[in-house]
Design a protein around this ligand. Structure first.
Ligand SMILES: Nc1ncnc2c1ncn2[C@@H]1O[C@H](COP(=O)(O)OP(=O)(O)OP(=O)(O)O)[C@@H](O)[C@H]1O
Ligand SMILES: [Mg+2]
Length: 235
């Protein structure tokens, strides 16, 4: 079986502003990411990593180019669908540097928020959420508030939340930035396991060289273009 395409980007361009405030960020980027892959996105600060992630995530609009999510072409010099929100809800999961759990909801209610917005039955959503909490070894924390959890536990809840709607793609912007080295490696190993077991494509922005050997591919932004580096170089 040949690898299934999860994200395809062709000749993508992105700039901000005009005149004195013009910044050219991504220039003619083209790449394909497949299901089951954990891809590290590495580039200096300000190189456009978050911008690229947000365009793939159908949050930020490119200037021009093409984007496919799975086999569906979603952008061709304009959004092809009025429902980028639907794509985000149904096909994508997001994990951020700070976990962004809702502080006034307990763990389980944070997890069922998105499925309920997608009109999933509450019982079904809770069962799935509990399975994930068990998987991440935090089942006993389901009634805890985010403020009662450690940084690593909060991040595990945030990863569980990104998985609760069975996304095809997970976009993670420095998910380990708030964690110590051992915990960062744990989180990345967990992401790798998810990619393999659930056939999910994961794009993870990271500054941490120690986690690179656990990734399948390393994507860099060089001179505004995306290039892949051989992961065996860092192993
Ligand atoms: N909304 C915006 N308006 C204007 N310029 C922006 C906007 N968002 C990002 N930029 C500019 O685009 C460039 C890329 O920003 P981006 O946040 O994608 O970088 P990054 O690689 O994620 O950096 P970091 O590692 O610091 O998070 C920067 O020069 C930034 O100033
Ligand atoms: Mg960023």
């Amino acid at each position: 079986m040949s690898a299934q395409q999860a994200i395809k980007v062709e000749n993508l361009n992105k700039s901000f502003g005009s005149g004195d405030t013009f910044v050219d960020v991504i220039h003619d980027a083209s790449f394909t990411i497949y299901k089951g892959e954990l891809v590290a996105l590495v580039a200096p600060s300000g190189a456009g990593k978050t911008t690229l992630l947000m365009m793939i995530g159908c949050v930020d609009t490119p200037v021009s180019g093409k984007i496919w999510i799975g086999d569906e072409k979603v952008y061709d010099n304009k959004w092809l669908t009025k429902t980028t929100r639907k794509i985000r809800r149904e096909k994508l999961g997001f994990i951020f540097q700070a976990h962004y759990l809702i502080p006034f909801l307990n763990v389980i209610d944070n997890l069922v928020l998105l499925p309920q917005a997608n009109k999933v039955d509450e019982k079904v959503a809770k069962t799935k959420a509990r399975e994930l909490l068990k998987y991440f070894d935090i089942a006993e924390k389901e009634k805890a508030m985010p403020s009662q959890l450690s940084g690593g536990q909060n991040q595990r809840v945030a990863i569980a939340r990104a998985l609760v709607n069975d996304p095809e793609i997970i976009l993670a912007d420095e998910p380990t930035a708030a964690l110590d080295s051992a915990r960062s490696i744990d989180v990345v190993k967990m992401l790798k396991k998810i990619a393999k077991e659930q056939n999910v494509a994961i794009v993870m922005v990271t500054h941490d060289e120690r986690v690179l050997p656990y990734c399948d591919k390393i994507m860099k932004i060089e001179n505004k273009k995306t290039v892949f580096e051989d992961v065996s170089a860092v192993k």
